[in-house]
Design a protein around this ligand. Structure first.
Ligand SMILES: [Zn+2]
Length: 381
């Protein structure tokens, strides 16, 4: 495959120079139209738009839309974390070694690498494999409007490859911590702190007890950690506070241990520390942890061999943050992440894409797909 970097960057540029933060549905619609045009031009791909409610449209692209099984599900997201105006403020630029711009590596180049891999792969691989590409519009805010679709599709799949960027040292991602975020609202009873403090029920005192109880659930050894990251409450020093709120971030490797935390927190809402205070607990975000299984190990070996054959240096990372890989790994489907080109500085103005990694990572993805096709055809014999 002879790849022209200039052509690649010309295809990448319009994907960067548009505001498409989650819920910026116009921008998402533009990415949808760009991706639709690319797959439509490749012949043999059926393209379906998925209604993702408030988040806009998702795209599902398949080469064998009637097949019951999906051999490889490729995942990528179309949204970024950046507010409207960012694309105009700092459109895509390049220097000798890197490209810059909002979403350049997280993860527009990942989406484009998938396109290039499928554009250039041998027809025999496409004949053998049932491939599905899902592009969702809301990964950056937790895939709330796309997770059901992604999981329903993943249930049909034998392997999931997520095209988030490879890490700065070339690493791919084999494991990701799970996460959950809770908003806690404490409602007490206001009273004058001088005249009748006994009539008040302090929401802040209740919250303080919760903070200590929440901290006590942290287990650094197993990796279950709780962080009370934001608190607010009270209206004045002379008023017993009737309202306080806290936001808590939970990270974990062990899904069962997290379930215990969730049960404990919900249980605590029934037994307030301060009589007369009520507690509302809302889970605003959730991703189970992604931990490699034996089948994932086999897929890792296949990826390692593919990389070795192409003289590409890879290693495996365990990431503290989640991606849609978490949502498919929990279903037991072997899932690996980091199949995009190398990048770093995600979610910041420092975000970059390493130009020299684009072609090798397209080749790596092609090689992995080719190997999976070979294995499938061997299994049939
Ligand atoms: Zn991403």
């Amino acid at each position: 495959m002879n790849l022209s970097l200039n052509e690649y960057l010309a295809e990448l540029r319009p994907l960067i120079n548009v505001d498409c933060g989650t819920y910026t549905v116009d921008g998402i619609a533009f990415i949808v139209s760009e991706m639709t045009a690319k797959y439509a031009a490749m012949n043999g791909w059926s393209i379906k738009q998925i209604d993702c409610g408030k988040a806009g449209i998702g795209l599902e692209v398949r080469n064998k839309p009637d097949a019951e099984d999906i051999d490889v599900l490729l995942l990528g997201h179309m949204d970024t974390v950046f507010p409207v105006g960012t694309a105009a403020e700092r459109p895509m630029t390049t220097d000798e070694t890197k490209a810059y711009g909002p979403g350049v590596s997280d993860m527009k180049s990942g989406l484009l690498n998938v396109v290039y891999a499928l554009r250039h792969i041998e027809q025999s691989v496409l004949d053998e494999l049932s491939i599905c590409i899902c592009m969702n519009p809301d990964e950056e805010t937790g895939s709330l409007y796309s997770v059901d679709w992604l999981q329903a599709t993943a249930k049909q799949a034998k392997h999931v490859l997520v095209a988030e960027a490879a890490r700065a040292d070339g690493g791919l991602v084999k494991a990701r911590k799970g996460m959950a975020r809770y908003k806690m609202t404490f409602k007490g009873k206001a009273a004058h702190a001088g005249n009748e403090p006994d009539k008040g029920r302090s929401a802040i005192t209740e919250m303080a007890n919760w903070i200590l109880a929440t901290n006590a659930m942290t287990n650094f050894e197993s990796g279950t950690t709780l962080n009370v990251g934001v608190v607010a409450g009270g209206a004045g020093a002379n008023i017993v506070p009737d309202l306080a709120t806290a936001i808590v971030d939970v990270r974990f490797w062990d899904n069962a241990e997290y379930d215990q935390v969730d049960t404990a927190l919900n249980g605590m809402t029934q037994t307030p520390f301060v009589d007369g205070v009520s507690i509302e607990l809302v889970r605003e975000a959730y991703k189970p942890s992604m931990v490699p299984t034996e089948q994932t190990q086999a897929l890792m070996t296949l990826v390692e061999e593919s990389a070795q054959a192409l003289a590409i240096k890879i290693n495996w990372k365990e990431a503290g943050g989640g991606s849609d890989a978490n949502n498919t790994a929990i279903l037991g489907v072997p899932t690996l992440d980091g199949f995009g080109p190398i990048g770093a500085g995600f979610h910041s103005a420092d975000e970059y894409l390493l130009l020299e990694s684009i072609t090798p990572r397209i080749h790596l993805l092609m090689r992995v797909l080719t190997k999976l096709a070979e294995n499938k055809s061997k299994d049939k014999k």
